[in-house]
Design a protein around this ligand. Structure first.
Ligand SMILES: Cc1cc2nc3c(=O)[nH]c(=O)nc-3n(C[C@H](O)[C@H](O)[C@H](O)COP(=O)(O)OP(=O)(O)OC[C@H]3O[C@@H](n4cnc5c(N)ncnc54)[C@H](O)[C@@H]3O)c2cc1C
Length: 519
């Protein structure tokens, strides 16, 4: 008889959230990961050349984490997690020194928009008021529940005024939405950038509502004090406190089947780990269905759908991480002193038309016009660097297949890091005048090497195109965390509501699994 009720593949935050709920329900569960540390994208690394400087090499901006149901249920603050939400949440710096600002306080954001266009300022206020109940009463609840079949969802939405308004806005693509509702070029560019670019293909009809819903969400980007890894550590503490087991640094060879059901895993060492009830995969569908399962165990149509699963073209990130003697000092802060304490800073973005150039460059595997964004975490949390020193980073969306092949990244990445430093210094001259102690880069290929589930460097673990959303994420028939294979479940970013640090894939998977196990 196996020691475990179930096993979870990967220890990304969604897998840990699932594990924590199951452990609290009294199940004996083991999580396994190839990485040396649990937490997946919740990683904070010390610079080996500069001890005491900590860099958040994957996720940093955690949206509205403190409002997530699992954050409260799992008592993560008791386990050491603590979040802050800086007031000047996003600042987009233009070449002429003007700054477009998003504050946690709507009135201040409206004032900033009004400096560019009074009509756009009024549109912002109108959309926030109109969409806040849609976010609170529909979209947040949808993200926090297993998805409904599309026809049933549409029927429900058509039954209420708020639902009909949501469907109406959703018909457009994000690009069409901002073109129709906002007039100023910089505002249109900014709205698309921080609302859209990380999440979805901005050209896709069906996602027009993503712009007003992100504007209307009451909580903005937050950061974990001590670094993103502290959230992962808090989750691990909760899992262990309730008897859960985690093994890191192990390679999985395959998922074992017995009598037509998932019955355990085999490690590359030859060790077999059997389970009584389930295997839940926090990996992508190609790893799960094509690499880890024997072809005979997977129905042919499931293999075909897993093969067709698509990744985001413009999701991969290139990261420049720097250790600093002092924080970036922006020239534009002479007129707008608050800029030097902005949380997210966007540089190089001026015009709406840059988006088409960025997409074209990704399609061709070339460097797009430089647009980058980042933060200086130590402005808000001194623990991430030695006393008086700072860390900062800038990210840029760059193609995975650089000039036709991802392998080109290793030779190209430091040169590109220098180009990013030069652009940064154009806005904050002290970056070129002795502020920088050390720097290192991570390419989209490095992302995939570290987390193979983020195939092609896709940090969302699968695009939202190709109908890969809601009930059909990752694909039709596997969209409710259950799969067509008995005893096999999914729980990572390739399931609803998708990638990023939300924990909701794991939260929803926990509900489904507990229901199936009669708990
Ligand atoms: C540079 C970068 C910046 C980002 N910034 C943000 C941000 O600011 N905000 C935000 O919300 N999101 C951000 N993300 C995205 C976010 O990190 C991911 O969407 C999120 O981590 C996905 O969570 P997950 O639970 O699916 O698992 P992941 O975090 O992807 O973890 C998966 C785990 O599975 C393990 N694994 C993979 N393959 C195997 C295998 N074969 N065998 C065993 N284990 C395996 C990995 O080691 C990993 O621990 C960023 C990502 C990157 C790369």
């Amino acid at each position: 008889m196996s020691a475990y009720d179930g096993i979870i593949l990967g220890t990304g935050h969604n897998a840990l959230v699932l594990h924590a709920y199951l452990a609290r329900a009294g199940l004996r569960v083991l999580s396994v990961d190839r990485a040396g540390t649990a937490g997946g994208g919740l990683s904070t690394e010390e610079n080996p050349r500069q001890p005491g400087f900590f860099h958040n090499t994957h996720s940093f901006f955690h949206r509205a984490i403190t409002t997530m149901p699992w954050y409260r249920d799992l008592e993560l603050e008791r386990h050491g997690a603590r979040y802050i939400e800086p007031e000047l949440n996003v600042a987009m710096v233009l070449r002429d020194g003007r700054v477009l600002e998003w504050w946690t306080d709507l009135d201040r954001t409206v004032d900033s928009f009004a400096e560019f266009s009074t009509r756009d300022a009024a549109a912002l206020r109108r959309w926030v008021h109109e969409f806040r109940p849609i976010v609170d009463q529909i979209l947040s609840l949808e993200a926090q529940s297993p998805p409904l079949p599309p026809e049933e969802r549409r029927r429900k939405l058509e039954g209420s005024a708020l639902g009909r308004r949501l469907l109406e806005a959703a018909q457009l693509s994000p690009i069409e939405f901002v073109q129709r509702e906002f007039e100023h070029d910089a505002i249109r560019a900014g709205l698309l950038f921080f609302n859209g670019l990380r999440e979805i293909d901005l050209r896709l009809p069906g996602f027009g509502h993503s712009i007003p819903s992100l504007l209307a969400g009451e909580h903005k980007a937050q950061m974990c004090v001590g670094g993103s890894a502290r959230l992962g550590e808090a989750l691990v503490r909760d899992v262990r406190e309730h008897g859960g087991e985690i093994r890191t640094g192990v390679e999985i060879k395959g998922i074992l089947m017995r009598n037509g059901r998932a019955a355990g895993i085999e490690l590359t060492t030859g060790e077999h780990i059997d389970v009584r009830q389930f295997v839940a995969s926090g990996l992508n569908p190609q790893q799960t269905f094509l690499e880890l399962l024997d072809p005979d165990a997977v129905p042919p149509d499931v293999r075909t759908k897993a093969q067709a699963f698509e990744y985001n073209l413009v999701a991969p990130l290139f990261a420049l991480n720097v250790a600093l003697n002092e924080p970036p000092d922006y020239t534009a802060a002479r007129r707008r002193p608050e800029l030097n304490s902005a949380f997210m800073t966007i540089l190089g973005l001026e015009r709406f038309s840059q988006f088409a150039d960025i997409v074209t460059a990704h399609e061709r595997g070339e460097f797009p016009p430089q647009v980058m964004w980042g933060a200086c975490p130590t402005l808000f949390d001194a623990t991430q660097a030695p006393a008086g020193k700072h860390t900062a980073f800038m990210w840029e969306k760059l193609p995975y297949n650089l000039r036709g092949a991802a392998a080109n990244w290793d030779a190209a990445k430091d040169d590109h890091g220098r180009r990013m430093l030069a652009l940064w210094a154009g806005y904050a001259p002290n970056i070129a005048e002795g502020a920088v102690i050390d720097w290192f880069c991570r390419s989209p290929l490095d992302t995939e090497r570290k987390f193979p589930n983020m195939r092609y460097g896709d940090l969302l673990v699968g695009s939202f195109a190709n109908s890969q959303i809601g009930y059909n994420r990752p694909f039709a028939g596997a969209g409710q965390y259950r799969t067509q294979i008995k005893g096999l479940y999914l729980c990572g970013g390739s399931t609803h509501p998708g990638g990023n640090i939300t924990g909701l894939c794991g939260y929803n998977a926990a509900h489904v699994l507990k229901a199936d196990l009669g708990l």
